[in-house]
Write a protein that binds this ligand. Structure first.
Ligand code: AMP
Length: 221
């Protein structure tokens, strides 16, 4: 069992790398952003509360997000290990996670921090879109479908953009990220859990760095 936290500002490629780690180590990605978007789409009580907050690029309340994760951690698919993507996002959430894992007899093995350049992040995020049918991710500049308007993976012809991927919202999300992440990185640093990787390298190189960090620390193949 391997439990890791993936840290990095919006646009750092956490979703892509979480998928890679899932395939490589057979562990389950848990993205709080995806969970919240599902709640919004379902029109649930949580979703209705979260919608406006997310559109403004702010954080939803800690107790709401901690509650969602606590429930999700009990899923059968979490038994082989988890990759937390988008959670924790601040020190109180990190402390709540420590507590939650302890109660469940689990521990955090690594905190993988993807380090990137801010301006590049704004360009990356504002251009991204995904297939409405299968969720495959694309980018206006860096990764267009092979045939314009047709998804490479499923042939779908409808695409969606996240409501919070606008340039002004992205800046707010980046600021929020740095303000809140620093104390959390210090917290995990003291526990000796942090491995930093260069997020400006290619997707494949970042994947390799993450794999090496996990393999080295845990002595798994
Ligand atoms: P993400 O997909 O991780 O970029 O998350 C999208 C949005 O969901 C964020 O901008 C926040 O509004 C909200 N969100 C996701 N995870 C958290 C969290 N751990 N704490 C607070 N808000 C969150």
């Amino acid at each position: 069992m391997i439990n890791v936290v993936l840290l990095g500002p919006p646009g750092a490629g956490k979703g892509t790398q979480a998928k890679f780690l899932e395939e490589t180590f057979g562990i389950t990605p848990l993205s709080t952003g995806d969970m919240l978007r599902a709640e919004v789409a379902a029109g649930s009580t949580i979703g209705r509360k979260a919608d406006a907050i997310m559109k403004a690029g702010q954080f939803v309340p800690d107790d709401m997000i901690v509650g969602i994760i606590a429930q999700r951690l009990d899923g059968d698919d979490c038994r082989s290990g988890i990759i937390l993507d988008g959670f924790p996002r601040n020190l109180p959430q990190a402390e709540a996670l420590d507590e939650m894992l302890k109660e469940k007899g689990l521990k955090l093995d690594r905190v993988l921090s993807i380090v990137v350049d801010d301006d590049a992040m704004v360009e990356r995020i504002t251009g991204r879109f995904s297939c409405a049918k299968c969720g495959a991710g694309y980018h206006d500049k860096f990764h267009r479908p092979k045939i314009d308007g047709v998804c490479d993976d499923c042939g779908g012809t409808e695409f969606v953009r996240r409501a919070d991927d606008k340039a002004e919202t992205v800046r707010a999300r980046l600021e929020a990220y740095y303000e809140c992440t620093k104390p959390m990185l210090d917290h995990y640093g003291k526990m000796g859990l942090v491995s930093s990787v260069d997020g400006m390298a290619s997707i494949e190189e970042v994947s390799e760095q993450l794999k090496a960090a996990i393999t080295k620390e845990l002595n798994v193949d």
